[in-house]
Design a protein. Structure first.
Length: 140
């Protein structure tokens, strides 16, 4: 058996029986880290930005790929999940903010839109309220 045109033997395996990376090394979690001559080529400090997800799904409807991936990302960064608006007989438009049971780093925003709101008013409200939320919470 070969890997990258080289024979696989005990010298090409780590202690867990995984194929060693050709360049680089394994981190403490057993994941290959890219490198040259065994030295990490990634920056020591990688800035982590906040993640904003606009979704047509409700966070609590069913736990599918978006929630699965976002929950994993929330281990390293803040995640803001913006659901599609709920239209109804509300007195006024409101952007409701909720936490997430799965992670302290996930915030769920749900726009509640009053019946009779025009598409132009809806677009203006969403833009204004989401920008205000982003600014207030220093989301980068």
């Amino acid at each position: 058996m070969t890997y990258n045109n080289k024979p696989i033997n005990s010298d090409s395996m780590n202690t867990q029986g995984e194929i060693k990376p050709i360049n680089g090394h394994y981190n403490g979690n057993g994941h290959a880290v890219p490198g040259i001559n065994g030295k990490n080529i990634l920056p020591v400090e990688v800035p982590i930005a906040d993640l904003i997800c606009f979704s047509h799904l409700r966070w609590n409807f069913v736990f599918q790929r978006p929630q699965h991936l976002l929950t994993r990302w929330a281990k390293e960064m803040r995640v803001t999940f913006i659901e599609e608006p709920i239209l109804g007989n509300f007195e006024m438009n409101e952007l409701r903010v909720a936490g997430c049971e799965d992670s302290n780093n996930i915030t769920i925003l749900t726009p509640y839109i009053a019946a009779g709101t025009s598409e132009k008013e809806l677009t203006a409200y969403l833009e204004k309220s989401i920008k205000e939320y982003i600014s207030k919470n220093k989301i980068e």
